[in-house]
Design a protein around this ligand. Structure first.
Ligand SMILES: Nc1ncnc2c1ncn2[C@@H]1O[C@H](COP(=O)(O)OP(=O)(O)O)[C@@H](O)[C@H]1O
Ligand SMILES: [Mg+2]
Length: 148
């Protein structure tokens, strides 16, 4: 499925629509090159879960954690760009972070990928003119739940 995201307002709406249906154990895997809009979409999802204020890019810390009551459900926002090998995802304790939480993953392939998980919503962002398009692939748990 392809979704047109011609501007930041469209990006914000799409992120908030994902937030509305997000559940624990889900993964939103955000793919696309530098500047594709991964962190922008992550910020919209986190805002849609109720977080107010800044959302730091996790590109340096790798993992940022958001917990209720500031957000509707526990959320881990990760940027795996700096991992040199997928095994490093285990070393930083990703499995522990993910207990009872949803995960937003930038550069998911650097952590070994999540598309094999039924709860994975894979979103590839590509630049199109001034805006972006999203190519969406949904795992089995997302049937009937994918925002349009
Ligand atoms: N749908 C969109 N339309 C126009 N500009 C966008 C859109 N989404 C993101 N941008 C812009 O793209 C730039 C890079 O976004 P960012 O989320 O930091 O990318 P990434 O995390 O993929 O490296 C930002 O300046 C952001 O405002
Ligand atoms: Mg980013």
């Amino acid at each position: 499925m392809r979704i047109s995201l011609p501007d930041l307002a469209a990006m914000d709406r799409f992120g908030r629509a994902i937030a509305d249906v997000l559940r624990a154990d889900d993964v939103v895997a955000l793919e696309g090159g530098l500047g594709a809009g991964k962190t922008t979409l992550a910020r919209a999802i986190i805002a849609g879960l109720g977080h107010e204020g800044d959302v730091p890019s996790p590109s340096f810390a790798i993992v940022e954690v958001y917990d209720p009551p500031a957000v509707r459900l526990p959320l881990v926002h990760a940027d795996f760009y700096r991992l040199k090998h997928p095994s490093e995802a285990e070393e930083i304790g990703l499995d522990d972070y993910r207990q009872g939480a949803a995960l937003i993953a930038e550069w998911p392939d650097h952590a070994g990928g999540f598309a094999h998980e039924p709860g994975c919503l894979s979103i590839t962002l590509e630049v199109e003119e001034e805006g972006r398009i999203a190519i969406v692939e949904a795992g089995a748990d997302w049937v009937g739940r994918v925002p349009k």
